[in-house]
Design a protein around this ligand. Sequence first.
Ligand SMILES: [Zn+2]
Length: 372
Amino acid sequence: MHGPISRAELAVRLGLSAASLTRLSRPLLDAGWLVETDDHVGGAVGRPVRPLDVRVGSAWHVGVKLTGERAFGVATDLRAAVLAEATVDLPGHDPSQVVDAVVEVVGRLAAVVGTAPPDALGVTVGGFVARSRVAVRAPFLGWRDVDLGGLLAAATGLPVVVENDVVALVEAEHWFGLGRGLDRFAVVTTGAGVGYGLVVHGRQVRTADTGLGLGAHVPLDPAGPTCPEGHVGCSTALLSTGSVVARVGEALGRVVSYDEVLALAAADEPAARSVVDEAGRALGRLAGLVADLAMVEAVVLGGEGIGLVDVARAAFDDALASGRDPAATPVRVLVGESTFDVWARGAAAVAIQSRVGVVGPGHDGPGVTRPR
Ligand SMILES: [Zn+2]
């Protein structure tokens, strides 16, 4: 997360003496996990230092995001940089069909990337996941209590981690993305749904309700549209791509895509501009609420629908500012890429974390399902 990093700084972070750190890092260097970078930077006394870093090419991982329609996969290096992508349509929602699709994704990626099999497989679903393994509720797949981790470990022979998709995306931002190095930040995603996650003091907050999507139905505008749950002006009603597309389509009397809506709004077509600005205001209000109540230093915006913030930036900024005390420290707004592979990259991030034992509720659960 913090590398490349000098031995001196690492020793301070770990509370170790320089001698201990040298002794402990040697076997990791010898085993090829760490490298000394050539990056000579002046130390405190002007001596050249050789910062330590993980060897990013020493392993590769597969992350797969499951939707109701397809298995979308990426192969990544040890810092979750995408090396290749592969997508397989799901022929149905029977667990065996979904497992077969994931196996095919892994095979396609291995054909492009691997001389050796991947080190671990991470798979994410929208819904509630228990013990980094069981899809307790996955509404897009119509599943209850499917041991996806067990099935995939048996089918692939790989260590497998199953996780909620938003949780995994937050971990990716925390370790490898826009939240890298931040002590307190929130993540808001827009796309098919609205996702929310929170990192406080360097750890993602997890509760018994993690996976329910508690950020999805926050009331933001009493005059807003109604979501399928009947909430007036909630985050899903204002921000989900389906809702935005439906409202612009209704106004124009034809079917429009989300990308088309954003292009029309950017060209100041009145209906699209109105709906996208309304969404931008709602997102700004949500970011302001999060900053006020969770006291974060930054809000990371992500998900495949987040392109709206570029088009409606003025509305977003106005709403965010109006919800904050003028004397408050300005909240940093970090906008991620609006591509779908951020979700699969999240799945790869939890696979990477599983290699170093940082996975699962409280990081102490039976996080990884290993093949028998
Ligand atoms: Zn709602």
